[in-house]
Design a protein around this ligand. Structure first.
Ligand code: NAP
Length: 291
C-alpha cells in the first residue's frame, strides 16, 4: 500500500498560511489579481471561477476581464498594457488556452515580469534558469515541489524522470528538480523518446505531464518510487451526471500498489496549482508594496 499524497489538504493548509501572513501585513490596500479570459471555454470558465473563489477566501481581491472569442492580438495587448500600468493590480493572469488567432507566447511575454504570477514569460523562465529569487515559478511545477517537500520526499541525489517538455509543466519541472538545493538527477521524456519504459523504470521520482490516460503503466514504475500525476483527462463515464470523469496520465489502480507515494487525480496536483498562484500573488503584492 502506498501513501496517497493529498493535494486538497496540502493546498488548504497553504491557503490558511497565506491568509495568516496577509493578516499580518499592514499595507493600505489588499492584494489584487486580474484574470483575463478570452472566450467561453468551459474548462477555462471553471478554472478562473475557482481561482477567484480561493483568492477571495484568502483576502486577495480579484478582477475578471472577459473578452470575446474573436478578440484580436491588439485588443488583448491593450488590456494587458492597461493592467501592467495599473498600480492597484499586483498580478495578471491570462487563462490558457487562447483562441487560435492569438499568439500565446507573445501574450505571456507581454505581462510585466513582476506581475507575471503564472511564470510563463521569457523573463521569469530566464530568472528560473538563473536560479534568481525574483523568478515567479510556473504554478504547477512549483506546486509539485511544495507537495514533494511537505510529503518529505527526498530529491537530493535521486533520479527523477519527467514525462513531458511543455513550457508550462515539463521544462520548468525539470529545472526545479535539478536546481541547487533540490539536486535531483533529471531525465526528460517526450513523444519522440525511445525506451521510455526502461528510462521511467529507473526513476525514484516519476512525474507524468502528458495529457493521455494510462501513459504510465505498472511495468514502467520501480518498486517504492514516488509517482506524481499531472495529467487531467476527461474520459466518458456512465457513473457521473456530466457523462465524464477525470483521470490522470497514470494507470492508478495498477501503479499505486507498487509505489511508496502517489498523487491522485483529482485531488493531487490540481489544487496545488491554485495554491501556488495565490502564493505568487502575495509575493508580487509584497514586492509592490515595499517598492
Ligand atoms: P502539452 O503542452 O500538450 O505537453 C504534453 C507533453 O507530453 C509534450 O511534451 C509531449 O511531447 C508529451 N507527450 C505526448 N504524448 C506522449 C507520449 N506518448 N509519450 C511521452 N510523451 C508524450 O501539455 P501540458 O500543458 O504540459 O499538460 C500536460 C497534462 O497536464 C495535461 O493533461 C494537462 O491538462 C495537465 N495539466 C494539469 C495541471 C494541473 O494543475 N494539474 C496544470 C497544467 C497541465 P512533445 O513535446 O514531443 O509533443
Amino acid at each position: 500500500m502506498s501513501e496517497i499524497i493529498d493535494g486538497n489538504a496540502t493546498a488548504k493548509a497553504i491557503h490558511e498560511e497565506l491568509k495568516a501572513e496577509l493578516a499580518q501585513l499592514k499595507f493600505d490596500r489588499p492584494p489584487c489579481v486580474a484574470f483575463i479570459r478570452v472566450g467561453e471555454d468551459p474548462a477555462s470558465v471553471s478554472y478562473v471561477k475557482k481561482k477567484g473563489r480561493v483568492a477571495g477566501e484568502i483576502g486577495i481581491e480579484s478582477r475578471l476581464h472577459v473578452l470575446p472569442e474573436s478578440t484580436s492580438q491588439d485588443e488583448l495587448n491593450a488590456l494587458i498594457d492597461t493592467l501592467n500600468a495599473d498600480d492597484n493590480v499586483d498580478a495578471v493572469l491570462i487563462q490558457a488556452p487562447l483562441p487560435k488567432q492569438l499568439n500565446e507566447r507573445d501574450t505571456f511575454n507581454r505581462v510585466r515580469a513582476d506581475k507575471d504570477v503564472d511564470g510563463f514569460s521569457n523573463a521569469n523562465l530566464g530568472f528560473l534558469c538563473q536560479e534568481d529569487q525574483r523568478a515567479f515559478v510556473a504554478c504547477t511545477p512549483a506546486g509539485i515541489m511544495e507537495l514533494l517537500d511537505r510529503a518529505k520526499v527526498e530529491t537530493k541525489g535521486k533520479r527523477a524522470v519527467v514525462i513531458g517538455r511543455s513550457l508550462i509543466v515539463g521544462k520548468p519541472m525539470a529545472l526545479l528538480l535539478m536546481k541547487k538545493g533540490a539536486d535531483a538527477t533529471v531525465t526528460v521524456c517526450h513523444s519522440r523518446s525511445e525506451n521510455m519504459k526502461e528510462i521511467c523504470a529507473q526513476a525514484d521520482i516519476l512525474i507524468a505531464a502528458v495529457g493521455r490516460p494510462n501513459t504510465v503503466s505498472a511495468d514502467m514504475v520501480k518498486d517504492g518510487a514516488v509517482v506524481i500525476d499531472v495529467g487531467i483527462n476527461r474520459v466518458p463515464s456512465t457513473e457521473t451526471k456530466s457523462g465524464y470523469r477525470l483521470v490522470g496520465d497514470v494507470d492508478f489502480k495498477n501503479v499505486e500498489p507498487k509505489c511508496s507515494k502517489i498523487t491522485p487525480v483529482p485531488g493531487g496536483v490540481g489544487p496545488m496549482t491554485v495554491a501556488m498562484l495565490m502564493k505568487n500573488t502575495l509575493k508580487a503584492y509584497k514586492g509592490h508594496m515595499k517598492a
